[in-house]
Design a protein around this ligand. Sequence first.
Ligand SMILES: [Zn+2]
Ligand SMILES: [Zn+2]
Length: 234
Amino acid sequence: MQIIRDDKAGTLTLVPMTPDEIEKVGQMAKALKFGEKIVYGGIRTNHEDKLECIYFFAASKNRWKTTKHPSGGSSTEMVHIGGIKLELIGTSEEDQHGVERISDFCYYGSGGLILLNTIKVNNKTGLVLTGSLCKICQHPMTKLVECEWGICDKDASKCKHNYARGAIHGGGLEIGVGHCCKKCGRVKPMTGQEKKMSVADHHLAVEKELGVTILYKYMPGVTPSDLALMQDNN
Ligand SMILES: [Zn+2]
Ligand SMILES: [Zn+2]
């Protein structure tokens, strides 16, 4: 699938490339009305835990099922009754980055994609989609923080923030402790002191303040304290 991103419009256009994709997208375009949702149905990863595809369902009844593979890795999939199932796989590497992004905002925020329009590209039917609509101005949104909190960046910039201390995502950290607005979810800009902290220091703060243990996928058995020690020794 080719994925055309328009960040300003808050849309993602899916253009089918393979015969199977052309058929599925055509069926979806026929079955769905504008404004209807294509439901996120989990992902498939390979043995390195890298995202291979996202499952989407249209016009079906759904429930969840997880399967562990003997070779390692697992897949969590939505079992669907009736309707249309789409395996979203990017055609190029760039398209696959788009798929990863869609996976993030669907998982953390939107739970699927909303059909806004259909489009003809090279004589093929494509789907113009968005993650969700801003609860204040109804603008389409495709960013993780926008979809997670249901508020677009423009309205978030007008928010009279009410910051509380807690876990934050992003800003170069997988997870950290910082101040985050309770209304729009946006993170308070870090102070000079916080910016100087290493990622390991931020993770240590998470462990101390929130009582959450952080494990590193590619460094089994290593904790943030170990990581901080390693950095001190360098
Ligand atoms: Zn808005
Ligand atoms: Zn706010």
